[in-house]
Design a protein around this ligand. Structure first.
Ligand SMILES: CC(=O)SCCNC(=O)CCNC(=O)[C@H](O)C(C)(C)COP(=O)(O)OP(=O)(O)OC[C@H]1O[C@@H](n2cnc3c(N)ncnc32)[C@H](O)[C@@H]1OP(=O)(O)O
Ligand SMILES: N[C@@H](CO)C(=O)O
Length: 286
């Protein structure tokens, strides 16, 4: 598990990143041998590439292209982004590890790289966010639109997302413009991080490190879900959830009572002080 911050100025893959890429190639070779029907696909998508960022750029370009946004244009766009900002690559590796470690259904790194639309939507979102921050907003919004069309995952390009993220199943996930998601967060399908409709400006939820948000949960407003908290499937959360606490129901109640909620001992993944994660990440989450 990577423990440090993204290597912001390093264009050389870390040992850990190199290990994951070598593992992906080994898995693709094995699968191409055992399933000839996939050999050409695995060769063009993984085995013919010299790096994870090239493979990912090729795959995203093919997935997201349209008659007017050509795959070659998207390939260049993604590869330029991954090459200019190596933190994108280290975040992708942390996300691959998150799927392997936190999703019992994930059988291999290549399974996630090729098939997890939540993983692919998240990587493409990070590029859209980079474009947004570079004031290339029409292109960021065009990419956002394609990600929503193709993956059914609607993340506003301004939303800030950490690393080690698992968007499991991912269908119907909606993340609003001023939402912030910390590190090592797991989010199931049909989760909304939305506004209440009653406020402008900074109006979306802030999700702390190591949070689990169950399927169909709706979290509304500029509220904080503390590190290591859990939000039950189908809940509607309108209030802050303290760290390491479970919230369930509609409207959500804190398990154990609002005055004395029961706490979890363990926080999945690496942890960071909840009150500081937004400012700590704001410098380098892209
Ligand atoms: C194909 C697939 O598998 S897709 C995967 C879909 N799965 C998910 O989205 C998982 C989401 N996980 C949940 O909802 C879990 O129940 C969790 C995370 C809330 C459990 O958290 P824990 O802190 O362990 O809570 P615990 O299981 O002890 O339950 C505490 C209370 O909340 C209640 N509760 C648990 N989940 C929910 C829920 N989703 N909605 C309403 N109440 C709930 C329990 O009945 C219990 O009530 P009680 O105190 O009155 O007895
Ligand atoms: N992917 C998770 C939830 O569906 C599992 O297999 O348990």
């Amino acid at each position: 598990m990577p423990t440090g911050l993204p290597a912001v100025n390093s264009s050389v893959a870390s040992d850990d990143e190199g290990w994951v890429w070598a593992q992906i190639k080994a898995e693709a070779r094995r699968d191409a041998e055992s399933e000839p029907a996939l050999a050409s696909y695995l060769y063009s998508t993984i085995l013919s590439h010299s790096s994870l960022e090239r493979s990912l750029s090729f795959h995203l370009g093919n997935k997201l292209c349209s008659s007017t946004l050509l795959s070659t244009l998207l390939y260049d766009l993604f590869l330029n982004a991954f090459s200019s900002d190596p933190s994108l690559r280290s975040a992708a590796v942390a996300d691959l590890r998150a799927a392997r470690e936190r999703d019992p259904a994930c059988v291999s790194y290549s399974h996630c790289l090729l098939n997890y639309k939540g993983f692919l939507a998240c990587q493409a979102h990070r590029v859209a966010h980079l474009l947004w921050r570079q004031s290339r907003r029409p292109l960021a919004l065009a990419l956002h639109s394609r990600i929503a069309d193709v993956f059914a995952v609607d993340i506003h390009p301004a939303a800030r997302i950490g690393k080690g993220i698992l968007f499991d199943h991912a269908t119907g996930v909606v993340v609003g413009e001023t939402a912030v998601i910390g590190n090592n967060v797991s989010i199931l399908h049909h989760v909304t991080l939305g506004g209440t409709g009653k406020a402008g400006g900074d109006r979306h939820p802030k999700i702390g490190d190591g949070v689990l948000i169950g399927a169909g949960a709706t979290i509304l407003g500029n509220i904080k879900i503390g590190e290591g908290a859990k939000v039950g499937a189908g809940s509607v959360v309108l209030i802050d959830v303290p760290p390491r606490t479970t919230a369930v129901g509609n409207p959500a109640r804190l398990v154990g009572g609002k005055e004395k909620p029961s706490k979890h001992e363990d926080v999945p993944g690496e942890s960071m002080d909840h009150t500081s994660f937004i400012s700590e990440w704001s410098d380098y989450i892209i």
